[in-house]
Design a protein around this ligand. Structure first.
Ligand code: 13P
Ligand code: SF4
Length: 304
């Protein structure tokens, strides 16, 4: 629980600075409780662009705060913990992606939102776990480079007739879930349904009842008739799921499904961010313009 003094100070500073707090679904319970909005990468980038505020305190990882800075150039974006990054986003650089593009002339380039602004600037359009198939199917090209998540690339290749050329990146947290973990969890909880994130290995995704991004998982539990769910994603989401459906039982397929970067943000750091107006996330105008175009194209794709 967030200490009442900290909560009060944060509330007062938020009003003074005209700030809002956005938190990704993997943040700790305390941060989710402090936030004005919680959501997946897609929801949060849309909220950042639309929300009426002068300052956005982004409780998530660096690429998410950068997306907010790209889409909301008039707002000041703060990342409470400067070191909160995404190892998968770091698996692709703009230089390496440019070389890849030269190998596949004519292919469209779709970049997962889990990437730096400089990598987004090299793409035709961005995608998130919630809309990757719709984004790819909206393109004219028959061949598509998809970077940096090879597992999401594999998942979308099952939902499109286009040829998908994957980049070999992956999420170290989701990659920990093995088919053996899912088989064991099903044996222990025979009545439970299995939902997994598309960043999981293809062999794991094939064993699931549904493959969904975090917002899709929230919708799934709201609507399900099942009483027990095995949740194949970062454990922070379970707090969010419990809020939506406290009557269900949730299990993890393997212990320690934690993204350390998502847990760096604490209420104290949120308070320091607002007191010291730190750590400012900015993007150079040239990169911002090209990355913004890729993000805006994504936001214009109707969700399927
Ligand atoms: P979502 O967009 O599904 O919330 O996922 C973001 C992420 O970082 C998954 O690891
Ligand atoms: Fe990156 Fe994986 Fe953490 Fe998501 S869970 S922020 S993809 S390392």
């Amino acid at each position: 629980m967030v200490l009442p003094e900290i909560k009060e100070k944060i509330g007062a500073l938020k009003a003074e600075r005209k700030a809002v707090i956005l938190a990704h679904n993997y943040q700790t319970e305390e941060i989710q409780e402090l936030a004005d909005y919680t959501g997946d990468s897609f929801d949060l980038s849309r909220i950042a662009a639309e929300v009426d505020a002068e300052v956005i305190v982004f409780c998530g990882v660096h690429f998410m705060a950068e997306s907010a800075a790209i889409l909301a150039p008039g707002k000041l974006v703060l990342l409470p913990e400067a070191a909160a990054g995404c190892p998968m986003a770091d698996m692709v650089t703009p230089e390496a992606l440019r070389r890849y593009k030269e190998q596949y002339p004519g292919a469209a380039v779709v970049v997962y939102i889990n990437s730096s602004a400089a990598v987004k600037a090299e793409s035709d359009i961005c995608a998130t776990s919630a809309n990757a198939a719709a984004v790819i199917n909206s393109l004219e090209a028959g061949r598509v480079i998809f970077a940096p998540d090879r597992n999401l690339a594999h998942f979308v290749s099952r939902h499109t007739a286009k040829e998908i050329i994957p980049w070999p990146g992956y999420c170290i947290t989701h990659h920990r879930i093995t088919p053996g973990d899912i088989a064991r969890a099903r044996r222990v909880h025979p009545g439970a349904l299995v939902i997994v994130h598309p960043e999981c290995r293809p062999e794991v995704a094939e064993m699931a009842d549904a493959v969904l991004g975090t917002s899709g998982m929230i919708r799934f539990v709201k609507e399900t008739d099942a009483a027990e769910i095995i949740v194949g994603t970062e454990a922070g989401l379970i707090h969010r799921l419990r809020k939506e459906r406290p009557d269900l039982k949730y299990y993890v397929p393997t212990p320690g499904l934690i993204c350390p970067n998502m847990k760096y943000t604490t209420p104290d750091k949120v308070l320091s961010a607002l007191e010291k107006m730190q750590h400012r996330v900015a993007v150079t105008p040239e990169i911002r313009e090209r990355a913004a175009e890729a993000l805006r194209r994504m936001l214009a794709v109707p969700s399927s």
